[in-house]
Design a protein around this ligand. Structure first.
Ligand code: GLC
Length: 720
């Protein structure tokens, strides 16, 4: 096999520029593949298309093999194409959306799901995934909140790094692994007012402490690629942002990944108003170290001219091209351009019983029991069960970024319950729709009748799966349509009702919470949705998820998050929403959330009996052991994520009221008491100070367990 330098020497400028471009599969297939974004302006010649080095939005192994074969027959250097896709939470067997995965607080589970996705995706010819997405987020109005692990940097960092390790494995020569592309760099989740693609204005300390670390954690874990975000950051679009792309990424962090733009993001520099034309857009992106241009044609059309004008050197083009060829080499594409994929292998790899079983387990572990006053778990002896609501019989439960997942392969709640209780009389009634336009209440009467007849009601409510995800921000966070009114009618007819929720974001459930005795959120749980719901409702599985994102009491509270900075007039801890003048409060409601970060109930009864520290002071070189005593005071085994929080009491910067220092998930047998230990180090206490450095400062810290607004057993610890 020829080495990359020899190939580079032989390549023309046009051939090199082809390696720096990526377009949709349909341009190579003339298929009807889904075209997203503005492809109209591409204007590529067939000659230019022939040189293109990578593809996205293909659909299966057959398309990969067709494109690769026809490309290699025509390519002078026999340089294989690179096939990339958004494998976000599953390829064909879909597991919970990442916002749900984070709630499992189980890195091993996330790695197992990710390896499954990698096996399925590589069997279908995917070589690179545009994953992990680790955009830190505090505003539930933003649609892509469903793609992240929420409002805590530690959780996002650990879950992102876990996906990198699991997708990339020990070596990319292993044909069941694929390269990862961490995105969207940076702070896409900080879009003003939750409006997708909107500008992001953040201080450096917010960026350094909250929004940036998870990208670095993924790069430190070995992510091969990085994708800058669509948004501007402090006035400059990310793909052309020297502070992000040079100062932070390359100088501070010392990383130099292969960088690919987001879809037409280079072309959109003109819309941002920072480039007069496509040539200037190409210049801005290339000079900031973006190597591959996705779905716009500035590089192919203008980089040669920019080299001829002396704006760039041919060596710079070679450097970019070399990085692309090096990734292809790492993936073994020069030896096997198909990496062993075939339609036959693809069919065998999909939706195996093991894959479905893992997806079902993940859906159980990601569910969060928000409330339970004696309704759950069901006894299993219920003779008459009413399944009511727009989410009771739908198969549309896989989420927005469900890759090649199919609704028809997804188990509905009705199917899951009938699988679990073949003898029971189960009546399913839709009652109403689930969109903002569905205001028809004519189905209520039938729903109320079914509720009256039933021993128990399972009320399945939520958002349509396309109410979250890219471009799907919401201005309201209540259940869409008249679902809350349906709940009022149904619960009024039969209070023995458990609400099961499906959404891609935290919802405002304040009215519903007052009526419902039990509420379980499943997020969008994926292929095995209905079976996992049945497992949980019937007590075959014990809910153990904890929220990684705050549920607001009202949309006006957004952005609202647990680790907010302190203020001079801290919020009064009143739950009644009584207005307290001269405090940071709202007249209509308190400024406490409905459910905070870390909230999540179990069928077991966990008691936090104590917290001890091995010392009450320490120096930078020392470590302190924190020991939490946890008891399961029930006859049911269960899992609990034990969390350790800290507050830096006085510092040169205002510090968060609290922040998660560490967590560990444990399973306790009935009546078991367990000591859970954590190690506290000085590094964990550092913050970005006004001298633009990560430092810790000597002083008092408060260490607690429990969770966000239920901190327990607080102990004082002094850093000397
Ligand atoms: C989309 C998304 C990005 C995705 C890319 C390719 O617009 O912003 O997350 O990876 O295009 O599908």
């Amino acid at each position: 096999m020829r080495n990359i330098e020899d190939i580079l020497k032989d390549m023309t400028m046009e051939e090199k520029l082809g390696q720096l471009a990526q377009y949709n599969a349909n341009l190579f297939l003339n298929s009807d593949a889904d075209i997203t974004g503005p492809l109209t302006e591409l204007g590529l010649t067939t000659e230019e298309l022939k040189n293109v080095g990578s593809v996205l939005n293909f659909r299966n192994a057959r398309e990969v093999c067709t494109i690769q074969k026809q490309h290699l027959e025509a390519d002078r250097h026999k340089i294989p194409m690179l096939f990339m896709m958004d494998v976000i939470h599953g390829y064909r067997t879909i597991y919970p959306i990442p916002l749900g995965l984070g709630c499992s607080f189980d890195t091993e589970l996330v790695e197992a799901c990710t390896r499954m996705a990698s096996r399925e995706a590589t069997a279908a010819g995917v070589q690179v995934t545009f994953t992990p997405m680790v955009d830190y987020v505090r505003d539930a109005r933003w649609g892509r909140v469903m793609e992240t692990c929420g409002e805590d940097t530690l959780v996002n960092s650990r879950m992102g790094a876990a996906q990198v390790r699991a997708f990339q494995g020990e070596s990319l020569k292993d044909k069941s692994t694929m390269a990862t592309c961490v995105k969207h760099y940076a702070a896409y989740g900080g879009a003003e007012a939750g409006r997708d693609y909107n500008q992001v204005e953040l201080s450096e300390h917010s960026l350094r402490e909250f929004y940036l670390p998870a990208y670095k954690a993924c790069l430190d874990a070995g992510a091969e690629m990085l994708m800058p975000a669509f948004n501007t950051l402090n006035g400059v679009p990310c793909v052309a942002n020297p502070w992000l792309m040079q100062t932070v990424l390359r100088e501070d962090w010392g990383h130099d990944p292969l960088v690919i733009s987001d879809y037409n993001a280079i072309g959109e520099l003109r819309k941002h108003g920072v480039a007069e034309n496509m040539k200037q857009a190409a210049k801005l992106a290339f000079e900031n170290g973006c190597h591959i241009e996705m779905c716009s044609s500035g590089y192919i059309k203008y980089l040669k001219e920019l080299v001829q004008e002396g704006v760039f050197t041919e060596e710079q083009v070679d450097d970019a091209c070399r990085k692309v060829l090096q990734l292809k080499e790492k993936l073994g594409l020069f030896e096997d351009p198909y990496r062993g994929c075939s339609p036959e292998g693809e069919a065998k790899a999909m939706l195996t019983p093991e894959n479905r079983a893992l997806a079902r387990k993940a859906a159980r572990e990601c569910a969060v029991l928000l409330k339970n006053e004696g309704v759950l778990p069901l006894s299993g002896q219920e003779k008459k069960i009413a399944l009511i609501g727009p989410m009771a019989s739908t198969n549309a439960l896989k989420g927005f970024w469900a890759c090649q997942g199919r609704d028809e392969e997804t188990v509905s709640v009705e199917e899951g319950m009938r699988n679990a209780l073949p003898e029971a009389r189960i009546v399913a009634v839709r009652g109403c729709g689930n969109t903002c336009q569905d205001l028809d209440m004519s189905g209520f009467a039938e729903a109320v009748e079914a509720a009256k007849e039933a021993d128990v009601v399972i009320l399945c409510l939520g958002e349509p799966q396309d109410y979250s995800g890219e471009g799907n921000s919401r201005a309201e966070l209540e259940l869409p349509g008249v679902q809350t009114e349906l709940a009022e009618a149904v619960i009024g007819a039969n209070p023995n009702t458990a609400v099961v929720l499906f959404s891609g974001r935290p919802l405002v459930l304040t009215r519903l919470e007052k009526m419902a005795k039990a509420m379980l959120t499943m997020w969008f749980p994926g292929t095995e949705a209905g079976n996992a719901v049945a497992d949980l409702l019937l007590g075959k599985a014990n809910p153990c998820g904890k929220l990684t994102m705050t549920f607001p009491a009202a949309v006006g509270q957004c952005p609202i998050y647990y680790n907010h900075p302190r203020t001079g007039r801290p919020k009064p801890a009143n739950k009644d929403g009584v207005h307290m003048p001269y405090t940071s409060n709202y007249i209509e409601c308190g400024n406490l959330p409905l459910y905070s970060f870390g909230h999540g109930l179990s069928y077991s009864k966990f008691v936090y009996e104590g917290l001890t520290l091995s010392a009450d002071s320490f120096t930078a070189g020392e470590k302190v052991t924190a020991t939490v005593t946890l008891r399961n005071e029930s006859d049911r085994s269960g899992k609990e994520t034990v969390m350790l929080y800290m507050q830096d009491v006085v510092a040169s910067n205002t510090r968060p009221v609290q922040q998660l220092l560490d967590y560990v998930k444990v399973e306790l047998a009935p009546r078991e008491c367990r000591e859970v230990t954590f190690t506290i180090t000085e590094e964990q206490l550092r913050f970005w100070n006004n001298a633009h450095r990560f430092v810790s400062e000597p002083g008092l810290f408060r260490i607690s367990t429990g969770y966000a607004d239920h901190l327990l057993h607080t102990k004082e610890l002094t850093l000397k």
